[in-house]
Write a protein that binds this ligand. Structure first.
Ligand code: NAP
Length: 214
């Protein structure tokens, strides 16, 4: 049986933007992935859940954004679990779902991957998937944490660095723009832009949300 290669895009996606989509498509090409699963996070160990937009909205925006790419899908694996969502449990579930004929590639921001040694069961994690750290060009992962690069290299080169110019787009900046009534056109798919306005996400001030469409 041929081994299926699945990319797993883990992130908060608050909101999803073109940086995430371009990263997923670049990873798909570079690592010959058959499919990329977007996994909006549930309750990650390191975040205050009250500071993150409701999963219902983050999930719907991910579905809207990925609709037109036949290789992209959104998974509820992290958001349907109760309690803290550890990536090791996510990978175990996906491995069980797909059986042994699968090779998993976990893709997320380099900032998150830099912390991986502190994640639950980190040694086992590395055995279950390869890790793709998305960075903007010029970000030197090795310079930031020499040890992590050394650690990953000693684990059969299971860390890959993917430089993506579009990662200059950030969810934090998009939320700030919406709050200030600035345009987010061309930073997120149009459907996501409309969804944000319609549900008044990130912009409690109604007057702000009117500015964009004038
Ligand atoms: P995050 O806050 O959403 O993002 C951290 C940084 O990475 C931000 O700069 C973000 O940019 C970027 N980023 C996020 N997802 C990305 C993606 N898929 N591709 C490219 N860049 C991305 O991330 P997080 O909540 O820390 O966690 C990321 C993943 O790691 C999640 O799946 C989470 O469950 C997992 N995690 C697991 C553990 C554990 O098991 N102990 C601990 C921490 C994190 P934007 O803000 O623009 O998205």
């Amino acid at each position: 049986m041929e081994t299926k290669r699945i990319g797993i895009m883990g992130g908060t996606f608050d909101p999803i933007h073109y940086g995430h989509l371009v990263t997923a498509e670049a990873a798909r090409g570079q690592f010959q992935l058959d499919q990329v699963l977007f996994l909006p996070s549930g309750t990650p160990p390191h975040k205050d859940p009250t500071q993150v937009t409701d999963t219902k909205h983050r999930y719907t925006m991910a579905v809207l954004a990925t609709l037109t790419n036949p290789h992209f899908e959104v998974s509820r694996v992290d958001i349907d679990r109760t309690g803290t969502t550890y990536t090791i449990d996510t990978l175990r579930i996906l491995q069980d779902l797909h059986g042994t004929a699968v090779r998993l590639f976990f893709i997320t921001g380099a900032d998150a991957i830099l912390e991986i040694m502190g994640w639950k069961d980190s040694q086992e994690l590395l055995g279950m998937a390869e890790f793709i750290a998305a960075t903007r060009p010029g970000f030197q992962l090795e310079d930031q944490r020499g040890t992590i690069h050394h650690w990953f290299s000693s684990q059969n080169k299971r860390l890959h660095i993917l430089q993506v110019p579009a990662m200059a787009i950030s969810s934090t900046d998009i939320r700030r723009r919406v709050r200030k009534g600035e345009s987010i056109r061309y930073l997120v798919p149009e459907t996501v832009d409309y969804y944000i306005r319609k549900n008044r996400l990130y912009a409690p001030d109604v007057q702000n949300s009117a500015v964009h469409h004038e």
